[in-house]
Design a protein. Structure first.
Length: 146
């Protein structure tokens, strides 16, 4: 996957060669608001442009430590192959405390995922499934209760 840096920022890396995600950092020249109140969001330019290969999407995911320790969750997660602009990182503070972000912080990970090519066919509900599954319409923790 080809990338270019358009700001002073650490090059995205995988911490381990077997990691799925590529870690992205806050640019060193990031000088916007650095403290997020509970429920507040920010939009951070990453300093990176990516050539996402055709047939793939680049998807942003939370860094587990950032999400669990700071309560910072990423939104606006999908980068399509046709996008040629700078990637931006949308963070929301879902914790109950103010959180500080700073230039150079490892903040989000992106995973390059292959896409299927589903065709959409509208059918009546009674023709949607070939058979009733064991799970049926159970969701939201239903498999853990009896």
């Amino acid at each position: 996957m080809k990338i270019t840096k358009i700001r002073d920022v650490k090059t995205p890396t995988r911490a381990n060669s077997t990691d799925a995600g590529v870690d992205f950092f806050i640019p060193n020249d990031y000088d916007c608001k650095t403290e997020l109140s509970p429920g507040e969001s920010c939009f951070i330019p990453s300093g990176i442009k990516v050539n996402v290969p055709e047939g793939y999407a680049l998807i942003a995911f939370n860094k587990s430590g950032v999400a669990t320790k700071k309560g910072l969750h990423v939104g606006a997660c999908v980068v399509d192959c046709g996008y040629q602009g700078e990637l931006h990182i949308n963070l929301t503070n879902v914790s109950a405390e103010d959180q500080t972000i700073a230039a150079g912080d490892k903040i989000v990970q992106f995973v390059l995922l292959p896409l299927g090519d589903p065709s959409i066919e509208l059918v009546e509900e009674n023709n949607l499934y070939e058979a009733v599954s064991t799970r049926g319409e159970g969701g939201f923790g239903s498999s853990g209760t009896k």
